[in-house]
Structure formats: C-alpha cells, structure tokens
Design a protein around this ligand. Structure first.
Ligand SMILES: Nc1ncnc2c1ncn2[C@@H]1O[C@H](COP(=O)(O)OP(=O)(O)OP(=O)(O)O)[C@@H](O)[C@H]1O
Ligand SMILES: [Zn+2]
Length: 440
C-alpha cells in the first residue's frame, strides 16, 4: 500500500532528524560548559592544571583566588641561596609566585649540605644559584626563575632594582654590610624586606619597611662591632633552624603579596630550638630621625656598606699576618716533624678539637690563652719537656694560632722555647698534606 510506505518513509525521516537534534543538543551543552570554563579561566588567569595544583592553597580563605592570582603576578627577589634562601625559594616556587630572582655569588660546599636543602652531593663546586634553578624548575615549571651568580653590592643591587619591579625582597644573607645594603635599597625603592637569621639553635624573623613599620636602621642605626658577630662557620648551626626561619620568610612573603592581615612588621619573632619556643617581641616604632626612612633622611642613595660596617660583605675568614717568617712553619715542613714532636698545641675551641685533631696534639683553647687561664698547665707541660726547643701551635685556619704565638712568646720570653705558628692551620694541612683530615 503506497500510503503506508509514505508514512513509514516520513517516520524514518523524523527519527533521523530527532537523532540529529539530540546530537546537536549534546554538542550545544558541551560548548556551553567549555565556554563557562574558558570564561572562568580567563577571569582567574589560571589554567586547569594551575587550579588543580594550587587548589588546596586557594581553599584557604586568606589566600583565595585573588591571593593566588596576586602570587602569580608577583615578582620576588631572594638574596642568598644558603640555609635560609633554600627553604624560602622552595616554598615560594611551590606556592606559585610568578617570577623569582635568586642571587648568590657562592658555590656549593660539602659543609652546606646539612641545611642548604636545594643542593645535593653532585652540586658541590657548582654555583648555588645554578644548583637551585634545577631543583626549583622541577618543582614548578610555571614559575620563571632567574638565577644570578653575582655578589650583591650597591652598584649591582641598584641596577637590579631599577630594572625589575620587585614586590618583596627577602634577606637570606649572613653578613651585616649586606643587611644594611638591602635595607637601605628597599627603603629607597619602597619595597618590603623580609629578614631572617639563624645561628646554632636560635633564629629570628621580622619584616622591615612595610606599612609604615620600622626599617632595620630604625632599630640598629649603628652597626655592631665586627668582632661581636658570629658566623655559622664559627658558631655552627643546626640545619633545621634556618629551615624553620626560611620557611617562615616564605610565609610572610606570601602574606604580603596576598595582602593578608597579620604580617610580622613591627614585631620580631624569636625561635629557640633548644626548648622549641616561639616568642614575639614588639619592636620600636619607625624612628622619625632614621637616617634612611626618617622625615629628613641623610642617606638618599646607596653608600659603601663595607666601609660603613668596618667589615667585608661575606662571612669568609680573612687571613691575618701578624708574625715574621721566622715564627712560622708551613704545613709541608710541619708534616715532616709533627709525628715526633712532643709539643703540638691545638688552640681551637674544645668542641672543634673533639670533632677531629692530630693524635699527638694537646688542646689549649685560644680563649683560655687570652685570659691567661692556661699558664699553670703550660708551665708544667714545658717543664716536662725542658729538653725540647720548638713548640708547634696550630688552629683551624691559622689566625688564632698566630694570636696565640704572640701571647705565648711574650709570656715565655725567658724560656728556651720557640713558639712556631703552623701557617694556614688544619685547613692547609688537610689540603696539602693529609686529605683524610676533615675540612669544616
Ligand atoms: N652580598 C651578597 N651577595 C650575594 N650573595 C650573598 C651576599 N652575602 C651573602 N650571600 C650569600 O648568602 C648565603 C648565606 O648562606 P649561609 O648563611 O647558609 O652561609 P654560607 O656562607 O653558605 O655557609 P658557611 O657560613 O657555613 O660558610 C651564602 O650562600 C652567601 O654566598
Ligand atoms: Zn628606618
């Protein structure tokens, strides 16, 4: 029947059209949801991966999408890729800052590895910033990391701050001239400065030059006496302590960028790892007479900070030369006689002597010699060896041993003994004579 065939035909066509409509509707739904996502992404400036990556952090109301977005647009400078700089950089890169410039002039040493956690055994000898770059890029390839292998001084810093617009500067260095330099530069360029320090089991943290708070100079207008500053190389540091402080420097930086409340300005955080306490002390207000941030500043451009502080802008030991050649012996000559020598005096602090020493040496710390607390013991020792002539005096790098020789030579002026300084100390001995002797 022709009518029936026509009806069937029409029904088939209707079915096909219905299917097509269904497909079009599904496609429309898909396009609508993609559009929604695109609109969402565009408004947040985040890719899908970024939303996933930072989701846990964005869920924190104090950060939120706006804070994460501010982080993504941010530009941070870290000076120092050591004990503080490593954890600070790690967390900031993980947290998603946009640009991170990390500056350091030093190379990785074995003594760094217990605390400078971006560097590995394979990096010994490599510039710290180069070693840092590799690890940081692995953690978050979204972040543009700019490694600069250079010493920050007035000239190089001003060049850098003029070229880039940093939102925050983080002081992860270890010497007073650089602290004043970074402070003054941040005041002049109106950048908050997140400052940290760590020694032995203690650490400190504060934020300078932020929302009308004090700067470093407001609190310390006069630099400390060069002799009163102890470095990690001399005083030691438990690696976890700069880990704590460096991580908190990253936290303060994130808070500044996300513009949260509760930033640590005008307060100093004191961490004592020996009894695991954190204390907050209120700092004095901004000093209106401050030389750099006061109402009539006398410092309007960067100065010579090594001259101002009377010390070099690094914590490496500088060798002194206060003895004549006749009072010194080099380690090669010493290596030929020391095993038979009855009087070898090691003037390092006793903790260092306990760590490692030459088997036949006797420990009389220079601190005791300085205070004449060694005299009875030494008189007795020399009396036992009255037939001898030479007394060998050594220390870690050859500076305290020279000072000790000056003191001993005067105290025992009337004896037959000659006090001989071992030039370059146990460092040179380890390098030139016995590589099995530890360098620290
Ligand atoms: N003016 C500066 N310019 C560039 N880097 C600096 C400057 N001052 C200090 N630094 C860097 O800051 C870092 C501080 O690190 P840290 O305090 O852990 O000590 P360190 O010098 O690596 O080790 P140690 O004191 O044990 O020898 C160092 O890597 C140092 O090179
Ligand atoms: Zn000030």
């Amino acid at each position: 029947m022709p009518e029936e065939t026509e009806v069937e035909q029409l029904e088939k066509e209707i079915e096909v059209l219905k299917q097509e409509l269904k497909q079009k509707e599904a496609r429309l739904q898909l396009l609508k949801s993609v559009k929604k996502q695109i609109v969402k992404h565009y408004s947040n400036h985040f890719t899908t991966d970024e939303i996933t990556r930072y989701s846990r952090q964005m869920l924190v109301p104090a950060i939120g999408v706006a804070g994460q977005n501010a982080l993504k647009q941010s530009n941070v400078l870290i000076v120092g890729a050591g004990g503080l700089g490593c954890p600070a950089a790690l967390y900031l890169v993980a947290a998603g800052v946009g640009h991170l410039t990390i500056v350091d002039n030093d190379e990785v040493e074995l003594t760094n590895l217990h605390r400078q956690i971006l560097h590995t055994e394979a990096d010994v000898g490599v510039p710290k910033v180069e070693s840092a770059l590799g690890k940081l890029s692995n953690i978050n390839s979204n972040v543009k990391v700019n490694p600069l292998h250079l010493h920050v001084n007035s000239e190089s810093l001003m060049g850098l701050l003029t070229k880039e617009n940093f939102d925050v500067v983080i002081d992860c260095t270890d010497n007073v001239p650089t602290r004043y330099l970074l402070n003054d530069a941040c005041v002049l360029k109106k950048i908050p400065l997140v400052s940290g320090s760590a020694l032995q089991l203690e650490g400190q943290l504060t934020v300078y030059n932020y929302k009308n708070g004090p700067c470093y100079r407001c609190l310390f207008p006069v630099p400390p006496a060069p002799d009163s500053v102890t470095s990690c190389g001399d005083g030691g540091v438990v690696g976890i302590v700069p880990g704590v402080i460096g991580s908190l420097q990253a936290l303060e930086t994130v808070k500044i960028i996300a513009d949260t409340s509760g930033v640590l300005n005008g307060r100093l955080l004191l961490f004592d790892g020996s009894n695991t306490t954190f204390r907050n002390v209120k700092l004095r207000n901004k000093n209106l007479d401050c030389q750099v941030c006061g109402s009539h500043p006398s410092i309007t451009k960067l100065i010579d900070y090594e001259q101002f502080c009377g010390t070099r802008a690094h914590d490496k030991v500088i060798n002194i030369e206060i003895l004549s050649n006749s009072e010194c012996m080099n380690v090669i000559q010493f290596s030929k006689v020391y095993e038979q020598a009855p009087i070898v005096i090691d003037v390092r602090p006793s903790v260092e002597y306990e760590m490692c020493h030459l088997t036949n040496s006797i420990n009389i710390p220079y601190q005791d010699i300085e205070k004449d607390e060694h005299l009875d013991f030494l008189k007795e020792l020399l009396a036992i060896h009255s037939g001898e002539k030479d007394v060998y005096v050594l220390c870690r790098r050859g500076n305290d041993s020279q000072r000790a020789v000056v003191k001993l030579r005067d105290q025992f002026r009337d004896s037959n003994f000659t006090f001989l300084n071992i030039t370059g100390g146990l460092h040179s001995f380890a390098k030139q004579v016995d590589p099995a002797f530890p360098i620290y």
